[in-house]
Design a protein around this ligand. Structure first.
Ligand SMILES: NC(=O)c1ccc[n+]([C@@H]2O[C@H](COP(=O)([O-])OP(=O)(O)OC[C@H]3O[C@@H](n4cnc5c(N)ncnc54)[C@H](OP(=O)(O)O)[C@@H]3O)[C@@H](O)[C@H]2O)c1
Length: 441
């Protein structure tokens, strides 16, 4: 085998960590031949040392002190696969300060501390690589950073959370409610015991922040991401979508507005045309549609999570890290680190009056004369123009009616204000539900 050794420390040995360990071991010979160096995991950190693991490992290499791996002079590449943002940050900072390359799958860590971590990496001549942090096994970060490097990105649309896509797909296919599917998704392991990170859109928003950085060089503050999860999506919305050639998807958007000078990042349930690139992506799959000024639209679809898919992405970073160690000196490293930022410094966050879309609004109202006139008058007062109105009786309560409205193109500011005013109407029986109608090609 090869003469040079690359030693990897895994901080975290759960779903992803064990996948990385297992696949690295299985392909050790092939990777060794590819790189001319032997790669092996020589240390592993966990929280609970005695825990039963799915893959066999020499107990002697396991520690409960991840910082000791981050600072170990014998370790070349540190993989942060623990999750969370506290210890994960400490480990990453310690490893970077020790001049190591850090590979992480942790989108929450990047969203909260990415700017700091990349700056420390730059200062100490290291790297933070994070292919697995967005869209799991799909090499979308490599695509943006390398394959599409010549492009400016006018828009990126993504289905970035497999759990939400799985729930929405089953709601559409089986006519069941969000709650019914969620219970089953938990039993099958597609949703976490605490599902909120997924279904409230937080996980997808972390990933959208990472994509925005890669495409535009700007770390968008999480509080500037407009965010709504899928809990309020009902069978009525799904049926409307089906009847009108759409699907309801949780869509992350990273768009340039104001002639390219402002950035809009959001994660919202969205009506997308069923035959569009993202409209037909079902189940636990993730998909990303990227519009570059040179290439046009490219679309990436694949498994967005899970042991094997995520390990595939982590190992691609480990191999890149090994190549940097073997072939690149300090000069070779810098462009790799800094290839993302374009002109992030000069970009603002788009204001709601700069974000344009058509919208879908579902209202449950008392079925009585004059209701439509009141609603139309509120929409008109915000210059929101109606495209269609569909009324259905709510079967179990005949005195209620469900009104589904679609609008012509308007601004986010106008629709949010209109919906807030509609919420104040006494004829309204439930909180309105509103989502954009996406124009993904
Ligand atoms: N799972 C996926 O499909 C997926 C996909 C993409 C990205 N990711 C990201 O990958 C990362 C890992 O996810 P995962 O699903 O593998 O998580 P996981 O199964 O919960 O594993 C976490 C591992 O980290 C260890 N750990 C946690 N805190 C620690 C601490 N303070 N000190 C030492 N060890 C600690 C745990 O030890 P014990 O085993 O002893 O508890 C466990 O081995 C997360 O950032 C996640 O967002 C996951």
């Amino acid at each position: 085998m090869s003469s040079r050794s690359i030693r990897i420390g895994l901080c975290g040995f759960g779903v992803v960590g064990q996948g990385v360990f297992d696949h690295l071991n299985k392909k050790r010979k092939a990777l060794g031949a590819l790189l001319g160096a032997d790669m092996s995991v020589t240390r592993i950190a966990v929280r609970e040392k005695g825990k039963k693991r799915d893959v066999a490992v020499d107990e002697g290499i396991i520690t409960s002190d991840p910082i000791s791996i981050a600072t170990d002079p014998e370790i070349d590449i540190v993989c942060e696969l623990m999750g969370g943002t506290n210890t994960a940050r400490e480990v990453t900072v310690a490893a970077l300060k020790a001049g190591k390359i850090v590979v992480t799958a942790n989108k929450a860590l990047l969203c909260d501390h990415g700017k700091e971590l990349l700056s420390i990496a730059q200062q100490y001549g290291g790297h933070v690589l994070f292919e697995a942090s967005v869209a799991g096994g799909i090499p979308v970060i490599k695509a943006i950073r390398e394959g599409l490097v010549i492009n400016d990105f006018s828009s990126i649309y993504g289905i970035l959370n497999g759990t939400c896509n799985y729930i929405l797909t089953r709601m559409a296919n089986e006519g069941l409610s969000y709650q019914e599917i969620l219970v089953e998704a938990k039993e099958l392991g597609y949703a976490e015991a605490d599902e909120s990170l997924d279904v409230d859109g937080i996980d997808a928003a972390h990933k959208a922040v990472v994509l925005a950085y890669l495409a535009h060089g700007k770390w968008v503050d999480f509080k500037n991401v407009r965010l709504q999860g899928i809990k309020e999506v009902s069978q009525e919305d799904i049926l409307f979508a089906k009847d009108n050639g759409y699907a309801v998807k949780l869509i992350a958007v990273v768009n340039r507005e104001r002639g390219g000078k402002a950035l809009h990042v959001s994660v919202l349930p969205t009506l997308v045309e069923r035959r569009s690139s993202l409209g037909s992506v079902d189940g636990v799959f993730n998909a990303v549609s990227i519009h570059g000024d040179v290439v046009g639209e490219t679309v990436y679809i694949g498994p967005g999570a899970g042991r094997h898919a995520t390990a595939s992405a982590v190992i691609s970073d480990i191999v890149d890290a090994a190549k940097l160690l073997i072939f690149g000196g300090p000069e070779g490293r810098f462009p790799f680190l800094d290839s993302a930022p374009k002109n992030g410094g000069g970009i603002d966050i788009a204001r709601p009056d700069e974000i344009h879309s058509r919208y879908y609004v579902r209202l449950v109202v008392m079925d009585q004369p004059g209701v439509m006139a009141e609603i139309a008058s509120i929409l008109a007062s915000h210059k929101v123009s109606l495209a269609s109105v569909t009324q259905k009786e709510v079967p179990e309560k005949a005195e209620r009616a469900s009104l589904i409205i679609t609008t012509h193109l308007t601004t986010e500011e106008a629709i949010l204000r209109a919906v807030a005013d509609l919420e104040g109407l006494t004829i309204l029986e439930e909180k309105p539900f509103c989502m954009p109608i996406g124009t993904i090609s």
